[in-house]
Design a protein around this ligand. Sequence first.
Ligand SMILES: Cc1ncc(COP(=O)(O)O)c(C=O)c1O
Length: 383
Amino acid sequence: MPDFIPFNRIFKDNEERKALAGALEGDCWHGDGPASRRVEAYLSEWLGSPHVFLTTSCTHALEMAMMVLEIGEGDEVIMPSFTFVSTANAVRMRGARPVFAEIREGDLCLDPEDVAQRTTPSTRAVIPVHYAGISVDFDGLRAALDGREIAIIEDAAQAVGAFWNDQALGTVGDIGCFSFHDTKNITCGEGGAFLTADPELARKAEWVREKGTNRSAFLRGEVDKYTWVSPGSSYIPSDLLAALLEAQLRKKEQILEARGKVWHVYRDFLAEAAENGWIRLPVVPSYARTNYHIFHFHTRDAGDRDMLLQKLREAGIGATFHYVPLHDSPYARKHIGFRDALPRTEELAGSLIRLPVYPGLEPICKEIAERVVSVISHFYQNR
Ligand SMILES: Cc1ncc(COP(=O)(O)O)c(C=O)c1O
């Protein structure tokens, strides 16, 4: 085992090099070229989504979601505080108000009961985040929304290839947003996708993504010139990145299998530490099929986390924490006026540790797990 195991490594071989070299040879470096079309068709077929648009990032897919739903000033959007800043920024950029809700112990996804408490006549949308590739409780969430006209936008940045029952995440709500950033299971460096089954939202998404124009319709020969038809921006990735993504997608089963193996070894090896009450392990509910994006656990007390992280790093494990809750960030305190404490979110975020999970760790994951267990036992036996 090497002296230090980094937290993340990109899984790549000659296939990505060949794909990129092939794309460079061609004459289409801009977006929506042949590779982009093939990738969109592939994702559409694999995930069962009629409309898939590649985007420059998940951040941008979330911004598109706000624009196509015409969310703006006076509107509220409920989301977990335990998320990446892009979830909230997309809302804020339209002048709407992010409303932060609690997550649940176990799956770290939005707590439907808390969502129900925070719903007001101004609520236009809710953004569940499928943390670690584990699905939100959609039945609970829909019950909480109680038939009101509130859109569900899935922040499925981490959840490509994960499922809620038989439905792919990103295709269950009104809109799904994916990330292909190089910290994700499948990557092209920077990239994302916007998914919807609603033809009207798809029509608007096409405009928003193409700088607010109907240029896509023009390129299909449906109109004789293109013009400004909506607000929009430049959210189309280069075909070079799509070619890279295509090469990665061909290896999706291999990636999933490798990550799953590492994840299950960690889980089995850490079970005893959990039984001893030193740590708490995540729960994958029966309706959720994870894509093994993250392996995480919680320390007994939030105050232990940073000390244990330090010990793990000293032992050569590139373990790390995750999101700092947004409701307590300098920007939110100053500009959003959200005043509630979210004690469960604070405790869960403050006690969370993530371990390295990626293809290539399979041969050494038992050794890594043994070392993690040894650090945890030593830490708690001496406290
Ligand atoms: C929950 C969540 N949403 C959105 C994003 C943003 O993704 P991107 O880097 O593709 O913009 C991330 C990034 O890690 C994320 O974790």
